[in-house]
Design a protein. Structure first.
Length: 681
C-alpha cells in the first residue's frame, strides 16, 4: 500500500513521458511519426490509463483511511531562505486526480474519432498529454510556488490547444486573447504570492493562514494589507476560472477543437481556479472582506453568464457561457464558507459539462458536410433541429447532461447546486436570490439548446437560412470554433444529405460520462453526505463534520429549499418548451419588442467592445505616444550626439595638419584673443 504513495509522482510524469517521446518523434522524424498515427495515440492513452488506475487506487486508499502523504526535497536555499518541492496526497488531491485522469482519458479516446482526418492528429495528442501532465502536477503541488509553476504550464498548454488550428485567424486571435487576459490574473497572483511571503515568510498554505491570522490579530499587519494580498491571489482564479471581469477569454477559446472545450473549459483547467481557492482556504477564511468579494464575484458571474447564454446561437458558445455561470456558483460557495459544496459542484459539473461539450462535438461531427463547407454554420443551432432521430446516443446523453445542469433530481447537478443555494440562503438572502434566479435562467437556456438542436424539424438543408446566417456572420474576429475545414472535404457517403451518429470512439465517452452525471450526486445527499465526510475544510475533522451535519439537517428545510430550486428549474424548462418546441411563445416578437435588451444579451453585455475601446485602443494610443517620445527624444538625443561628433570631427580635422608653424599660429591667436578680452574687461 505504501508503494502507491512512494510512486505517486508517476501520475503526472507518465503523460509527460508520452508527450516528450511523441514530441521528439514529431521534431526528428515527422513524416514517420505522423504515419504511425494511431500507434502514437494508443501509446499516449495507455500511459494515461495507467495513471488513471493509479489515481483511483490512491483514492480508494484515502477512502479507507490512509493518512495524508507528503514527499519533499530541498529545491533551493540561500541563507535563511529554503524552498522545498515535492508532492502531497490528501483527500482533496485524491479526488482531483480521479476527476482529471478520468475526464482526460475519455477525451483522448473521443479524440480518435473527432480528429480522425486532421493532419495534426499526432500533434494534438502530444498537446493533450502535456496538458494532462501540467494539470496533474498542479493538483499534487504541496506549496504555492510549485502550484504557480504548474499554473503557468497549464496556461501554456491551453494556449497551444486553443490555437491548435493556428492557420485560422480566429483561432490565432482567440489564443492571443486568452494569453493576454490570463496575464492580468496571473500577475495579480504573483504579486499576492510575494506579498504573502513577505508577511508570513512561508509558501505553505496552512502556515501562511496561521501566521496571517496571528499577524492581523496582533496588529503587526493591517487588515487592509492582508485583504489586498488575498484579493491579488484571487485574481489568479478570476482569470483561470473565467470570473467577472476576466471572463471574456473563455467563450472565444471555443475556437479550439471540441475535445479541448471538454477537457480544458469544462472539467479541468477552469476548475484549477476553484482548486486554488480551496488550497488557499486557510488564508482566505481569515479575511472576511476577501470572502465577501469572492462570494459576490461568483454570484455576479453566475448571473452574467446565464443572461448571455440565453441568446447565443452557437452551441459551443452557449455551453461556454454556461460554464462561466456554473463556475460562478462554485466561487460563490467558496466565498460563503461552503468549502465542501463548492468542490462537490466542481466534481459533478466536471462530468456532466464534459459530456455536454463532447455531445456538441458529436453534433458538429454529425453535421459535417450537411450545412456546406463553412465552419461558421457547422455549429449554429438555427441550422439544426430534429437530430434526435439521426443521433440517438448523442441526444440522450445531451438530455441527461441538460437535466443534471438544470438541477432536476436525482441527477448529479441537483444535489450539488441545491447544497450551494441552501448555504447561500443562510449566509445572505441576496446571494441566494441571485443564485436561485440564475438556476431558472440555466434551465431555460439549456432546454432552449436541447429543443433547437434535437427536436422539431431538421433545418440544415434550408439554403435561405444558410445564406442569411453567412451574411450575418461575415468574417468574425472571434468566430465560432468548428472542426478543421480540411476535415469537411472528406466524403463519408451519406454526410452530404443528412446528419449521422458519431463513431463508437466518440459515443463511448458520452455513455461513460453519462453514468456519473446521473449517479455521482448521490454521494452528497444531505441526510448522508459521504462527500462532505471525505472532503472537508482545513482545520475540520470528519467526526466533527458528520456530527454537525446530523445535528443541523432538517427535512423541512431540505424539502423547502430543494422544492424552490426544482420549481424555478421547472418554470425555465416549461418556458423553453412552450417557446422552442410548441411555438406557443413567439421569442422573435419578444426580441423585437425589447431590441436593446436582446442586443445587450446577444452582444455579451458589450464587454468585448468596452475592453477593445478602453484597453486595446487605449494601449495603442499610449504606445503611439511612447513611440513619439522614443523617436523624438531618445532617438533625437542619440542622433544629436552623433551629429555633434561628426561636425566637431569634421571641423577639427582642418586644425590637425601636422605643421608646427600652424600650431604656433593658433597658440599666438589664442593668446592674442585672451589679451584683448582681458584688456577690455
Amino acid at each position: 500500500m505504501e508503494s502507491l504513495y512512494q510512486y505517486a509522482w508517476l501520475i503526472p510524469v507518465l503523460p509527460l513521458i508520452g508527450a516528450t517521446l511523441v514530441g521528439i518523434g514529431l521534431i526528428s522524424v515527422n513524416q514517420t511519426t505522423n504515419k504511425l498515427r494511431q500507434l502514437n495515440a494508443v501509446f499516449i492513452i495507455s500511459l494515461l490509463a495507467i495513471a488513471t488506475v493509479h489515481s483511483f487506487a490512491i483514492l480508494w486508499s484515502q477512502i479507507q483511511g490512509h493518512p495524508a502523504y507528503t514527499m519533499m526535497f530541498e529545491w533551493a536555499s540561500a541563507g535563511d531562505f529554503h524552498l522545498s518541492m515535492g508532492y502531497t496526497i490528501d483527500h482533496l488531491t485524491a479526488v482531483m486526480l480521479a476527476i482529471v485522469t478520468t475526464v482526460a482519458l475519455l477525451v483522448m479516446i473521443y479524440t480518435d474519432g473527432y480528429m480522425a482526418h486532421d493532419p495534426g492528429y499526432v500533434r494534438f495528442y502530444a498537446y493533450l498529454s502535456i496538458f494532462s501532465f501540467s494539470m496533474l502536477g498542479l493538483v499534487v503541488s504541496p506549496n504555492l510556488v510549485q502550484i504557480y509553476i504548474f499554473w503557468e504550464l497549464v496556461g501554456v498548454s491551453s494556449y497551444l490547444l486553443i490555437g491548435f488550428w493556428y492557420d485560422r485567424q480566429a483561432a490565432a486571435y482567440a489564443c492571443q486573447k486568452a494569453f493576454v487576459v490570463n496575464r492580468v490574473g496571473d500577475f495579480g497572483l504573483l504579486l499576492g504570492m510575494l506579498g504573502l511571503y513577505w508577511a508570513t515568510k512561508s509558501f505553505d498554505f496552512t502556515i501562511m493562514g496561521d501566521r496571517l491570522h496571528d499577524l492581523v490579530a496582533s496588529g503587526s499587519l493591517s487588515v487592509g494589507l492582508a485583504t489586498l494580498f488575498a484579493i491579488l491571489v484571487f485574481l489568479g482564479p478570476v482569470a483561470k476560472s473565467a470570473q467577472f471581469p476576466l471572463h471574456v477569454w473563455l467563450p472565444d477559446a471555443m475556437e479550439g477543437p471540441t475535445p479541448i472545450s471538454a477537457l480544458i473549459h469544462a472539467a479541468t483547467m477552469v476548475a484549477a481556479g476553484v482548486f486554488l481557492i480551496a488550497r488557499m482556504y486557510p488564508v482566505f477564511e481569515q479575511i472576511p472582506s476577501a470572502m465577501t468579494v469572492i462570494a459576490w464575484t461568483g454570484a455576479f458571474t453566475a448571473f452574467l453568464g446565464a443572461t448571455i447564454a440565453l441568446t447565443q446561437n452557437d452551441i459551443k458558445k452557449g455551453l461556454a457561457y454556461s460554464t462561466v455561470s456554473q463556475l460562478g456558483y462554485m466561487v460563490m460557495a467558496m466565498g460563503i464558507g461552503g468549502y465542501t459544496a463548492g468542490l462537490f459542484h466542481l466534481m459533478t459539473h466536471a462530468y456532466f459539462k464534459a459530456m455536454l461539450f463532447l455531445c456538441s462535438g458529436s453534433v458538429i461531427h454529425g453535421m459535417e458536410g450537411v450545412v456546406g463547407h463553412d465552419p461558421v454554420l457547422a455549429q449554429d443551432m438555427r441550422l439544426m433541429g430534429g437530430l434526435r432521430k439521426y443521433m440517438p446516443i448523442t441526444s440522450t446523453t445531451f438530455l441527461i447532461g441538460t437535466l443534471a445542469i438544470c438541477g432536476i433530481p436525482p441527477f448529479a447537478g441537483f444535489w450539488s447546486k441545491d447544497e450551494i443555494l441552501g448555504l447561500a440562503f443562510k449566509a445572505n438572502t441576496g446571494l441566494w436570490l441571485v443564485g436561485w434566479l440564475t438556476a431558472g435562467l440555466t434551465a431555460f437556456y439549456m432546454f432552449r439548446m436541447y429543443f433547437l438542436t434535437f427536436e422539431g424539424k431538421f433545418r440544415g438543408n434550408n439554403s435561405e437560412i444558410k445564406e442569411e446566417l453567412l451574411i450575418q456572420a461575415g468574417v468574425p474576429a472571434f468566430g465560432p470554433g468548428a472542426m478543421d475545414p480540411s476535415e469537411l472535404n472528406h466524403d463519408h457517403g451519406h454526410h452530404s444529405h443528412e446528419p449521422h451518429e458519431s463513431p463508437l470512439t466518440m459515443t463511448f465517452a458520452l455513455m461513460a460520462l453519462a453514468v456519473p452525471s446521473v449517479f455521482i450526486g448521490l454521494l452528497g445527499v444531505p441526510w448522508n453526505n459521504k462527500f462532505e465526510a471525505f472532503i472537508f475544510a482545513p482545520g475540520e475533522t470528519a467526526e466533527k463534520v458528520i456530527k454537525h451535519a446530523a445535528e443541523h439537517f432538517s427535512w423541512n428545510e431540505f424539502l423547502i429549499m430543494g422544492g424552490l430550486s426544482v420549481a424555478i428549474a421547472v418554470v425555465g424548462i416549461t418556458m423553453a418548451f412552450l417557446a422552442y418546441s410548441q411555438g406557443k411563445i413567439d421569442v422573435s416578437a419578444i426580441a423585437a419588442k425589447y431590441p436593446k435588451l436582446y442586443q445587450f444579451s446577444l452582444k455579451k453585455w458589450y464587454f468585448d467592445e468596452l475592453y477593445d475601446s478602453v484597453f486595446v485602443r487605449g494601449c495603442r494610443r499610449i504606445a503611439r505616444q511612447i513611440l513619439e517620445i522614443d523617436y523624438r527624444v531618445v532617438d533625437g538625443a542619440v542622433n544629436l550626439t552623433g551629429l555633434v561628433t561628426i561636425i566637431s570631427g569634421e571641423g577639427l580635422k582642418y586644425f590637425e595638419n601636422g605643421r608646427a608653424q600652424f600650431y604656433a599660429l593658433i597658440v599666438f591667436a589664442a593668446c592674442l584673443g585672451f589679451v584683448i578680452v582681458f584688456s577690455i574687461t
